[in-house]
Design a protein around this ligand. Structure first.
Ligand SMILES: *Cc1c(COP(=O)(O)O)cnc(C)c1O
Length: 374
């Protein structure tokens, strides 16, 4: 029945790996020969290169993005009981990390058009215990740096960026990770820059925070067997760092491809706006790196989100929902809020749909996806 016999997957990592596979296996082979697996040379190289690409001085590789936030907050001097403002509309890992750091997550609602944290709503969440704000650069779009700096300066807060979805994103002349005191990244395989397993990094311009992070990730020791902190074991493996070293030079091109794909989606979806099908707003132009391309299926739409998702699946088009249940309505986190507390986040969870996007997604595939929505 379809003009397009091909399926459209949600992501296709082999498209980006195939052209660089021999380069990767060669690099990995050398490390295996050297037996240089933990805190090795490839890691040191990647830490320097990724921090520099983000416009920041120091990088510290850790086991995953969640640890980059949890340990990073400790390295920034967050103490048990400190309150941290975070968006209700985020991946659960942001909250897990805050709780691991023994701080108290205070959720605030998001802007209904961009799905990013609403800094006006955040004003009302400030108390005498508020110590920091974690803006989440959701879907690859940064929270406005000027508004964030203004907010944090007025309330004397630490800005700790959750940039797990925003490698090299840009807005107002800043790159993701360069606004605040420190920032966390994830290299989970499907992130815009992903390794072949789990990985993460903290970046910062503060030498003391970087040093503290190096201590925390390595059993609380900078000098072997001298444990100045309790710390933990959370390091980015040298093999993973080597993969990331090969991939990093391609990242800007991959991000550009995603942004161009999003522009093509935007153009094709324009006529559907009057039917209540609306892309999540981009206020950062070419600086948005579209980790996720999400559309909102509003009440005005003749078809609801779940029905549309099933219809697309029947036509071979894979989609996702980021995220289907807001954090404060998850079974483990009901102390964070009640139904109705964060209405924009709750509505988005019911109405958003993430369309396929990845470097190498063709215009024909994008046309196929939009054709199936109409
Ligand atoms: C992926 C992600 C994380 C967690 O990173 P992991 O490497 O999976 O631990 C944190 N925050 C956001 C917004 C993410 O998308």
């Amino acid at each position: 029945m379809s003009l397009y016999p091909q399926k459209v997957p949600f992501v296709n990592l082999s498209l980006q790996h195939q052209p660089i596979q021999s380069q990767i296996t060669e690099t990995l082979g050398k490390i295996i020969e050297r037996g240089d697996f933990i805190l090795g040379q490839a890691l040191a190289e990647f830490e320097t290169a990724f921090a520099a690409a983000s416009g920041v001085q120091y990088g510290v590789g850790v086991a995953c993005g969640t640890d980059a936030i949890a340990l990073g907050l400790q390295a920034c001097g967050i103490n048990p009981g400190d309150e941290i403002i975070i968006p209700a509309n985020t991946f659960i890992a942001t909250i897990i990390a805050v709780i691991q750091a023994k701080a108290i997550p205070i959720l605030v609602d998001c802007d209904p058009e961009t799905a990013l944290i609403d800094l006006t709503a955040a004003e009302t969440a400030i108390t005498s215990k508020t110590k920091a704000i974690i803006p989440v650069h959701l879907y690859g779009q940064m929270v406005s740096p000027s508004q964030l700096l203004d907010f944090a300066n007025r309330h004397n807060l630490i800005i700790f960026e959750d940039a797990a979805q925003a490698h090299l994103a840009e807005r107002e002349g800043y790159r993701a990770g360069a606004i605040g005191k420190a920032a966390a990244f994830s290299f989970y395989p499907s992130k815009n820059l992903g390794c072949f397993g789990d990985g993460g990094m903290l970046i910062t311009n503060d030498a003391k925070i970087a040093e503290e992070m190096r201590t925390l990730r390595n059993y609380g020791a900078r000098i072997k067997y001298l444990h100045t902190k309790i710390g933990t074991n959370s390091r980015l493996d040298n093999l993973q760092a080597a993969v990331l070293n090969v991939k990093l030079p391609y990242l800007e091109k991959w991000n550009r491809d995603r942004n161009l794909a999003a522009q093509h989606y935007n153009t094709l979806l324009e006529p559907l706006k009057h039917k209540g099908i609306v892309p999540i707003a981009n206020h950062s132009g070419s600086g948005h790196i579209y980790h996720i391309y999400a559309i909102q299926i509003t009440e005005k739409s003749p078809i609801d989100r779940n029905t549309l998702q099933q219809k697309l699946a029947q036509e071979g088009i894979e989609t996702g929902i980021h995220y289907p249940v807001p954090c404060h309505l998850q079974p483990a986190y009901q102390n964070l809020g009640n139904p109705g507390d964060f209405p924009h986040a709750e509505t988005l969870c019911q109405q958003i749909l993430s369309l396929p996007i990845y470097p190498g997604l063709s215009n024909t595939q994008i046309e196929q996806v939009v054709g199936a929505i109409v």
